[in-house]
Design a protein around this ligand. Structure first.
Ligand code: PLP
Length: 358
């Protein structure tokens, strides 16, 4: 029996425009090969930096393009080594590990269905050492799929101003929306002074290109550039130039539409399967992104259930890996087919109904 992965937060293979990217990579080398294949500006391929800067209404010098946005998180962790960072509870596990590896203490701040709780943030800002920054994923959060409401976005910006808090808004999923109206980013609401912004072409074009970016206050951008220089001299310009060629050809929006329709049906399949199979549970209802946050009945231990789940042919990530409660799990609908999603949820539900042997 094939194991169905509801764990992998990857795009389905069909999402990746392989042929078009092959053509873009070739064109990028033919047009600008001596730049793209040399050491070059550490901040990124200049035409791409300018494209990103224009999109966000900033000077290109504030844009740092990195080998995937996680690489930028490593630079931030180095920059704020041994400091303190506020994070959402739960949050994406990789930044938690990167921060811990650099001796950064993380303080979890509570969330509910509407995202980060502003009162909990206010409270967290009143105790202990001043945090270096708040790390937040306001839209289609990894792992919960939750989205911060508009009212709370305004509150969060107010709190950032009031407490002179730097906020890092990580937004790789915002454009991957299947329904509903987009909300303004914290970055746009605040004006980009206290709020830094990161995103990536991993979910909108292809993760293997490894092109992520940060829009930062100018002094911080220069500090991170210095760290990037001493790490890799130049980021992978070929990936960045390939992305730029893809954008230049006008492929971005049509590709996003295609990705939205491929993944939207997967999201629907998972919501329908949960409704049918797990009447005793709760889960988030994301309008986009890759993930659904499952809350099983009190007393269920999703980490203990993982072994039996593997034997039954389904995997997921236990919520505790993200700082969530024992009875929670992250289910990704992005990678497998709608039929596999239905079957995966059926297998999981059968296990949940069956008490674990003691
Ligand atoms: C919230 C979040 N930030 C960052 C990343 C990493 O993106 P990249 O591929 O650009 O390193 C991911 C990938 O899953 C993510 O979920």
């Amino acid at each position: 029996m094939e194991t169905i992965s509801l764990a992998r937060g990857n795009p389905a293979h069909e999402c990746i425009p392989v042929e078009e990217l092959a053509s873009c990579a070739r064109a990028a080398v033919e047009r600008d090969g001596s730049t793209v294949l040399s050491y070059g500006p550490v901040g990124g391929y200049q035409p791409l930096r300018e494209w990103i800067a224009e999109r966000h209404g900033v000077d290109p010098a504030r844009v740092l393009v990195t080998n995937g946005s996680l690489q930028g998180m490593v630079f931030l962790a180095e920059r704020f080594r041994a400091g303190r960072v506020l994070v959402e509870a739960p949050t994406y596990d990789r930044p938690l590990k990167i921060l811990a590896a650099h001796g950064v203490e993380t303080t979890p701040v509570a969330m509910d269905d509407e995202g980060l709780e502003p009162d909990a943030l206010d409270q967290a800002l009143r105790v202990g050492e001043k945090p270096a920054f708040l790390y937040t994923i306001p839209t289609f959060q990894n792992p919960s799929g939750r989205t911060l409401s508009l009212e709370r976005r305004h509150r969060l910006v107010e709190l950032a101003r009031q407490h002179e808090l730097l906020v890092l808004e990580d937004d790789p999923y915002g454009l991957v929306r299947y329904e509903g109206a987009s909300l303004p980013t914290l970055f746009a609401l605040e004006g980009g002074e206290r709020v830094a912004y990161s995103s990536s072409f991993s979910k909108t074009i292809a993760p293997g290109l490894r092109v992520g970016y940060f829009v930062l206050p100018a002094p911080l951008e220069r500090e991170l550039e210095a760290l990037a220089l001493s790490t890799y001299i130049t980021p992978v310009l070929l990936g960045q130039a390939t992305v730029f060629e893809f954008l230049r050809r006008g492929n971005f929006e049509p590709n996003l539409e295609r990705v939205r329709s491929l993944l939207g049906v997967r999201r629907d399949a998972m919501l329908e399967a949960l409704e049918r199979e797990l009447p005793g549970a709760r889960w988030s209802h994301p309008e986009g992104g890759y993930f659904i946050w499952l809350e099983l009945p009190e007393g269920t231990d999703t980490a203990a259930l993982l072994g039996p789940a593997g034997e039954a042919g389904v995997t997921y990530v236990p919520g505790a890996d993200f700082g969530g409660a024992q009875n929670t799990a992250r289910l990704a609908f992005s990678f497998v087919s709608p039929d596999e999603i239905k079957e995966g949820v059926r297998r999981l539900a059968a296990l949940v109904r069956e008490p674990l042997p003691v």
